[in-house]
Design a protein around this ligand. Structure first.
Ligand SMILES: [Zn+2]
Length: 367
């Protein structure tokens, strides 16, 4: 056994694997990434996958990315990711706790967990990687011939996604945003896939559920998993570069709830009173209120508040020109304040607020 790995053996159980959506065929690209875990072995392994690098101080070393596999008999595979952005902490904390606690005899199927996937950004506490400056969540499908972030994305895309039936991606608002703790619906191009994503996301059991399409962005890990036919669940847990106790509790429960929904853990999802109370949708570019000035942002709309088009959202102050009055920022549409900028300093194009509308269709039974 490699010293970096922990193994806990379990007796296999046999549970039929549920039918899934049609899966896109992926031919893994040639690569030098290797792992210390065996994806087909019964029990619990907490190890790493290794991405060979050759920097000045380490000619033949690797960057180790934590990777856990927990398997017991047949059943679906749930891939759970934390640390996509390195300044979003609830997911990695809750996922680490879960891995230490879970007894493989209590599951049916397989859990693959990558709790600090963007490892160098997690170590630095930054959104983007300090190695290559890239945003992991704008790097899919990745490139094994690229820099570290692209290599990690390629490994997730080519090797991990094809093994999984479900993908849970745990985010928070990060340093620049405070977000209503929410489970996030990834829109699917097919009605059937969309319905499955909605049901799995409602099972997470967050107080708010929001459909976010990132303006059609295809380079995110959830969009990429969706494209391969996985059932996809996202989350956004508070933010501001902080650790929120409330959001952590939602995240802990959400991980187990998604595993229950998939049938990997026994029982029905534990939906707390007030969970799924608000189901919303970010409507498109009109839902984003951006700064048009260089200055200091004073937010005036609380997170979660209902606002109307034209309401005062905040002000931008010009500290270098005291004779100049601040300008008003007005809400562009009616909606609920889903996300709010955290730092005071703003430049043109910075996101100050994100508004979302009601999305009652999510609660109706579709195909
Ligand atoms: Zn994030």
């Amino acid at each position: 056994m490699m010293p970096e790995m922990m193994n806990f053996e379990a007796e296999p159980m046999t549970v039929p694997r549920p039918a899934n959506t049609v899966r896109a065929a992926i031919t893994p690209r040639n690569n030098s990434v290797y792992t210390s875990v065996d994806f087909d072995r019964e029990g619990k392994q907490i190890g790493f996958f290794h991405v060979p690098q050759s920097p000045h101080d380490d000619a033949w070393g690797t960057i180790r990315v934590p990777l856990a596999v927990i398997k017991n008999g047949d059943g679906p595979t749930v891939l759970i990711e934390g640390g996509n952005h390195g300044d979003e902490y609830e997911g990695p904390i809750a996922l680490g706790e879960f891995l230490r606690e879970i007894d493989p005899r209590d599951i049916a199927g397989r859990i693959i967990a990558i709790p600090a996937i963007n490892i160098r950004a997690v170590e630095a506490g930054t959104r983007t990687s300090p190695v290559d400056g890239l945003n992991f969540n704008r790097s899919f499908p990745g490139d094994f011939n690229g820099t570290l972030t692209s290599q990690i994305a390629a490994y997730v895309h080519d090797i991990l996604f094809p093994k999984a039936d479900y993908f849970l991606d745990l985010h928070s608002g990060g340093s620049s945003l405070m977000i209503l703790p929410s489970a996030i619906i990834e829109p699917s191009p097919t009605a059937q896939g969309h319905r499955k994503n909605i049901k799995a996301t409602l099972a997470f059991g967050a107080p708010t559920v929001v459909m976010v399409d990132n303006l059609g962005e295809t380079r995110t890990s959830t969009a990429s998993a969706n494209h391969q036919g996985l059932i996809v669940i996202g989350s956004e847990m508070a933010g501001g570069g902080l650790v929120s106790q409330d959001a952590l509790a939602i995240c802990r429960r959400g991980i187990r709830n998604v595993l229950k929904h998939a049938g990997v853990l026994k029982g029905a999802p534990d939906i707390a009173p007030g969970a799924n109370a608000r189901v919303l949708k970010v409507p498109g570019s009109e839902g984003y209120l951006l700064s048009e000035e260089d200055g200091v942002f004073e937010p005036l709309s609380p997170l979660g508040s209902a606002v109307s088009k034209g309401d005062l959202a905040g002000r931008i102050h010009f500290l270098h020109t005291p004779s100049r009055a601040p300008i008003d920022l007005l809400h562009p549409i009616d909606g609920i304040v889903f996300a709010k900028r955290q730092p005071g300093r703003v430049r043109p194009g910075n996101c100050c607020f994100v508004l979302a509308n009601e999305y009652p269709e999510a609660l109706t039974d579709g195909p």
